[in-house]
Design a protein around this ligand. Sequence first.
Ligand code: ACO
Length: 327
Amino acid sequence: GAGVVVTGCGSSAPVARLDNEGLSQIVETSDEWIASRTGIRNRHIAIAQETVQSLATEASQKALEMAGVAPEEVDLIILATSTPDDLFGTACQIQTALDASKAVAFDLTAACSGFVFGMVTAAQFIRTGTYRTILLIGADVLSRWTDWSDRRTCVLFGDGAGAVVLQASDTTDALLGFELRSDGSLNGCLNLAYQSESKSLNGEVSVETGTFHPITMNGQEVYRFAVRRVPEVIEKALFWADMTVEQVDWLLLHQANQRILDAVGDRLKIPHHKIISNMAKYGNTSAASIPLALDEWVRAGKIQPGQVIASAGFGAGLTWGSAIFRW
Ligand code: ACO
């Protein structure tokens, strides 16, 4: 079958920013507390016109441009998101906004692991020869679902989008190894759950209608989970790739917390200068965080062609997974 190559990337974030100082006027917190515990100093917050669709479309246009791919060449669009503009899916709206008329489009939900799960999903379509050009997007607007009176969560999240173009190659395969995991028994430590209310229709039949709760999280449990489990999947993905940790040029983790990044790097003995981090500027943007950071590092010329990137996502579900790929 064909190999997978990454031919372009792009990203987008809302214009409005909220720094830690601004947050401390909303909840009882401080720049010192947030920065020392998480590494986050700023986040971008979407206003009404900035939607998952608009942010994802902008990121996608940049990725397609870098790849030199016209929208009508795209066979498949996968949108990794947990905050769609429409619960029936947002990928089709992006297809239309991009004018990617040939593309099949669907949403994929795996919270902060969505981008890595999406990359592996896309690779299956390429390797089986089904599709040759795939646009993979990670986009989330968590600010819609954040409890802005809960200082334990609202300081962590921000909005954004990132995209990559994955294409078939008959000569090389840049997806070197991957490992995905799920554990629903720990679902309760991170939720954006539906809360229903019973409403009687006619005395016999009642329906459950309601809305979603804001995000709830057991921070310490999530922290312990990430630091323990993320190194395991990276080691396993490296094993499948037949590579050693010394061959990794960049560690590209979901941007949740600087302490998690440093602890994972330490466990894997990856020096800190190889750890990609931009959460100081964006906070935790969920499915967007990996492609957003990738795009910044590529456009800054830090990631060079041929370099090996060990990526890993982790988050609600619980879900976690790693993909080792060559840029
Ligand atoms: N400002 C000031 N004080 C705060 C804040 C805040 N923003 N948030 C919590 N506190 C207080 C708490 O109320 C608590 O005070 P108390 O002892 O008087 O009750 C104290 O600080 C310590 O709270 P902890 O929750 O124990 O703080 P901890 O050191 O564990 O840090 C944090 C919290 C930063 C959330 C940490 O647990 C963490 O990073 N966990 C991982 C979370 C994460 O990354 N989640 C997302 C991953 S998955 C995804 O991306 C969806």
